[in-house]
Design a protein around this ligand. Structure first.
Ligand SMILES: C[S@@+](CC[C@H](N)C(=O)[O-])C[C@H]1O[C@@H](n2cnc3c(N)ncnc32)[C@H](O)[C@@H]1O
Length: 498
């Protein structure tokens, strides 16, 4: 880190802007948000600057810059838009040891300006050390989307209430919890909505509960964390992750997603290593209830979407039965994410007008889907947890009358760096998986016939080439790969369906 980020107190300090054009105006607009004493010095000063300065204490001086302008200033800006004129200011600033920003010339500057998200008094500064301002702008717009426009109001109100909370709640841990409940709950929403009556009522309620030592019940959020790529997390999921005291995490949740959680949040692993024992569903339910009853905010992190093959119903029932509030934060399910990632539409005009999600995994091991319905022409569906049972899917669909040439696409590790996608015919499904070494997690799409809808084969999808067995019995062909010992998701299916 060459540049060290700091927030400088400019209250009542002198700041110089050398320059009278567009660049100087930009700096003036930024600095005008502070309580600094601003002076603009230039031979010519634009009408826009005059207008911006009107009614403020900004001093405008129409004359050439002089080194004595730097005496006693906290910082200066060379904004002449003229390298020679800026060079004069830079040389004087170096001599006077005054921090200087030469606009758009980071190497001539002793400090550079970050991209700023202003939710005063909450201010976010983003810097890339001048290497990639476009990235800084991208981050800025993401943060702007994330921080509501009135966010500063929440911070301002919190500042005015600090003393009252301190007086009412002596214990520092209880005080932290009170602040967390205020800043992440009804009080914050009410302040953001400008609903002062509700905000005041909620403030009193929280203060009374905290000073009486009554612990409010916690809560459980079932959070869909998407298929892996952290960027697919929803804003709400990110917020809940940041608020959570306890994280109960499934195996298919990408560890990178845990970076959004607080460092001090307790992590409980409810997943398992491939082929290892998983936490039983009853145990997971018990953990959720136990932690929430302690007053903790529990984030139950699930791969994809919690409502799609996620055993959410059992968890919701158990948590509700204990009188604990529960909410569901939707996530991007694997089928949607895999389809988007490889460029395969899930419906095709005139060709595919209905789309289903299915799994061969069931609580009692029965393989009893409505094969006749699935085998009909024009059907399209995504098979979850189907890698190990792919050959059985293939046999059942063909036996029910599905065309052997039906298009199938297998997407493994969708959205992750090791994603791959293979297209084959339904009759080749089992072999394609074995010979390409697909182990999962994977989604198998059946019936998405992009060619008949006039689409070219998406680039990311490779067509399966069957391995030929040569005269001497050796394998030939690009796709030859060791057979998977065992699909890593299937044992989890059994555990999940217990
Ligand atoms: C127990 S289910 C959970 C599904 C999850 N709730 C969802 O909405 O995606 C696990 C299955 O999801 C699919 N899956 C999850 N992540 C995946 C990924 N990144 N790529 C492909 N398939 C994935 C696989 O079929 C895997 O066996």
């Amino acid at each position: 880190m060459r540049y060290f980020p700091v927030f400088l107190d400019l209250d009542g300090r002198d700041v110089l802007i050398a320059g009278g054009g567009e660049k100087a105006l930009q700096k003036l607009r930024l600095l005008a948000k502070t309580t600094a004493r601003i002076r603009v010095v230039a031979k010519e000063i634009s009408a826009d600057i005059v207008a911006a300065a009107q009614g403020s204490a900004v001093v405008l001086e129409r004359r050439p810059f002089a080194p004595s302008d730097l005496t006693g200033v906290a910082m200066a800006f060379a904004a002449n838009d003229d390298p020679d004129a800026d060079g004069v200011v830079a040389a004087a600033a170096r001599a006077e040891r005054v921090p200087l920003n030469v606009v758009d010339a980071p190497r001539e500057s002793t400090f550079i300006m970050p991209a700023i998200v202003d939710r005063d008094p909450v201010v976010v500064a983003i810097g890339t050390e001048g290497s990639a301002p476009i990235l800084a702008r991208e981050i800025k717009s993401k943060i702007e989307g994330w921080l509501p426009a009135r966010f500063g109001r929440v911070a301002e109100r919190a500042m005015t209430l600090r003393r009252r909370v301190q007086d009412a709640v002596a214990d520092p841990v209880a005080r932290r919890h009170t602040w967390e409940r205020l800043l992440q709950g009804v009080w914050r929403s009410a302040v953001l909505a400008g609903d002062e009556t509700t905000a005041e009522r909620e403030f009193h309620r929280q203060l009374e509960a905290a000073s009486a030592g009554t612990q409010s019940t916690g809560s459980v959020s079932l959070i869909g964390c998407g298929p892996g790529e952290p960027d697919l997390l929803t804003l709400k999921a990110q917020q809940r992750l940041q608020e959570a005291d306890v994280l109960v995490v499934d195996r298919l949740v990408n560890p990178a997603i845990l970076e959004y959680a607080r460092r001090d949040a307790v992590r409980i692993d409810a997943g398992k290593e491939p082929d290892g024992p998983s936490a039983a569903q009853d145990d997971i339910n018990r953990i959720l209830v136990r932690e929430a009853l302690k007053g903790q905010r529990v984030a139950r992190l699930k791969g994809g979407d919690a409502f799609i093959f996620g055993r959410a119903a059992e968890e919701i029932a158990a948590v509700r039965a204990a009188g604990i509030p529960v909410e569901v934060v939707p996530g991007v399910t694997a089928a949607h994410a895999c389809a988007a990632s490889v460029g395969l539409p899930l419906t095709l005009r005139q060709k595919v007008r209905q789309f289903a999600v299915v799994t061969g995994a069931s609580a009692d091991g029965a393989f009893d889907l409505d094969w006749a319905a699935l085998a009909k022409p024009g059907q399209a569906f995504a098979i979850y947890m189907g890698v190990r049972s792919a050959a059985r899917f293939c046999a059942s669909l063909l036996a029910a009358g599905a065309a052997p040439q039906t298009t199938v696409v297998i997407v493994e590790n969708g959205t992750l760096p090791n994603e791959r996608a293979v297209a084959a015919h339904l009759s080749q499904l089992g072999r394609a998986i074995t010979e390409t070494g697909i182990k999962g997690p994977a989604i198998i799409f059946v019936g998405l016939d992009w060619a008949s809808a006039g689409l070219a084969l998406p680039d990311k999808i490779k067509v399966y080439e069957p391995v030929r067995v040569g005269a001497a019995g050796q394998m030939e062909g690009a796709a030859a790969a060791p057979a998977p010992q065992e699909e890593n998701e299937a044992p989890q299916v059994v555990d999940f369906a217990r």
